[in-house]
Design a protein around this ligand. Structure first.
Ligand code: SAH
Length: 213
């Protein structure tokens, strides 16, 4: 499959929807999304749609991933420093982060997906990408403090560990259920004066669960 033209077309569509950050566009043009989905779904890999990745989980649609990455990079010139991703899933967003950050620590609580992501990512040989099987609600202190934290699963309030592990000057982008039954995209900046939280649009991500399985 010569997918580079198809990817360029996807990037043009994302740009038309408002994704303007050049480094984020470049990451989308580079990473082969079709390598991260089931072979039966390859034909849909470059459509703006979420897709099942097994074990009841989904890969978010490119426009949502793009929105989150753009928020993460806003006002900063990649590469960012160390970044923590919660919810490796199939590894697609981790690969995009690998293009945008010096070091990526990506956590997944489901062993099956953690291993699948490892397989999916192996051919890309990204030495700056560290996959961790563990409960992302606890964060990963070993890699922090983080210039960025990005979560692909949303629960109630934001876990305290994420706020603690965010560097001063760093930014957290995550879905959170601040009102029961209503998930919103939340951005938290850690400034020298403290945490500044902004609640953005409604979103729908898979639930953030504790423990590993
Ligand atoms: N970024 C992923 C999206 C995966 S969906 C991709 O590109 O494919 C969200 C993932 O978060 C699921 O795989 C789910 O198992 C995982 N998840 C949910 N709660 C978690 C937790 N506490 N720690 C780590 N991963 C978690």
């Amino acid at each position: 499959m010569d997918s580079s033209a198809v990817r360029q077309a996807m990037v043009r569509k994302l740009a038309a929807q408002g994704l303007v950050h050049p480094a984020v566009q470049q990451a989308f043009a580079t990473v082969e999304r079709h390598r991260f989905v089931d072979s039966a779904l390859v034909a849909q890999a470059y459509e703006d749609t979420s897709l099942p990745i097994g074990l009841g989980q989904t890969i978010s649609k490119p426009s949502v991933v793009g929105r989150m990455l753009e928020l993460l990079c806003e006002g900063r010139t990649p590469p960012l420093g160390r970044v923590l991703e919660i919810g490796t899933g199939c590894g697609y967003q981790a690969a995009l982060l690998g293009q945008l950050c010096r070091e990526v620590y990506s956590m997944e609580r489901l062993r099956g997906l953690h291993e699948r992501a490892r397989e999916n990512l192996r051919p890309m040989r990204l030495p700056n990408l560290h996959l961790i099987l563990g409960d992302g609600m606890l964060g990963y202190p070993g890699g922090g403090p983080y210039a960025g934290i990005i979560a692909a699963a949303g629960g109630g309030a934001l876990p305290q560990a994420w706020l603690d592990q965010l560097a001063v000057g760093g930014r957290l982008v995550a879905p959170a259920e601040l009102v029961p039954g209503r998930q919103s995209l939340v951005v938290v900046d850690r400034t020298p004066q403290g945490y500044v939280r902004n609640v953005l649009e409604a979103v729908w991500f898979v639930p953030l669960k504790s423990g590993i399985a």
